[in-house]
Design a protein around this ligand. Structure first.
Ligand code: AMP
Length: 210
């Protein structure tokens, strides 16, 4: 199946997408991860989007759609995929329709206060991108990734001013996608408050593996 994961930053889309991708054997495609990888490698694209991402704003629709179109043309997407963080605007969703067929838009339902609390304590591995939370999911050793031993850091866009900006941007530009997909009849709500294992169990119940 071809999924898109919708929801505010910090709702747990990335965490579920990583787990579900393994369970269903389909790729997890995160536009945020692709941008961060480009920034890390200082590519032309990375240099273009660096400041926007740090501020919590959105990269242009043209750049983002081109990137996703290219990624979805790769053979590993043949049996399905999870798009995490794309589309984020109505024009992106409209563009997506011209090059992909989405089976389900999974909407991660969570209040703003919970998002602020989650993002506020989030740390990320510099090497492998694994996320931890200083309160809800702390690493075994402070500052060090459990998976690969890499150094943990706070993403620039997880700093307080950027979090507020990302929420404003989400409500204004991305939340209208909920109605967009509801009207198409393929919106599926998921309660994003429980622990990741419970969310994965709910997801598997809603989308039994074929
Ligand atoms: P994420 O990891 O999904 O929270 O994305 C991190 C940042 O990458 C966002 O705050 C945006 O600046 C940028 N970004 C990711 N996906 C998109 C998108 N679909 N459209 C525009 N900007 C995006």
């Amino acid at each position: 199946m071809n999924f898109i994961f919708l929801g505010p930053p910090g709702a747990g889309k990335g965490t579920l997408a990583k787990q579900a991708a393994q369970v269903y054997g389909i790729p997890h495609i995160s536009t945020g991860d692709i941008f961060r990888e480009n920034i890390k490698n200082q590519t032309e694209l990375g240099k273009k989007v660096d400041a926007i991402i740090k501020s919590g704003g959105l990269v242009s629709d043209d750049i983002t759609c081109e990137l996703v179109k290219d990624r979805l043309s790769k053979p590993d997407t043949k049996n399905g995929y999870i798009l995490d963080g794309f589309p984020r605007t109505i024009p992106q969703a409209e563009a997506l329709e011209s090059f992909a067929k989405i089976d389900a838009a999974v909407n991660f339902d969570i209040a703003d206060e919970a998002v602020v609390e989650r993002l506020g304590g989030r740390v990320c591995c510099k090497e492998c991108g694994q996320m931890f939370h200083v309160k809800f999911n702390p690493p075994k050793q402070a500052g060090k990734c459990d998976k690969c031993g890499g150094e943990l850091y706070t993403r620039d866009d997880d700093k307080t001013e950027s979090i507020q900006n990302r929420l404003v941007v989400y409500r204004k530009s991305t939340a209208p996608l909920i109605d967009f997909y509801k009207n198409k009849g393929n919106l599926v709500d998921i309660d994003a408050r429980p622990a990741p294992e419970a969310i994965l169990a709910e997801f598997e119940k809603k989308f039994p593996k074929k």
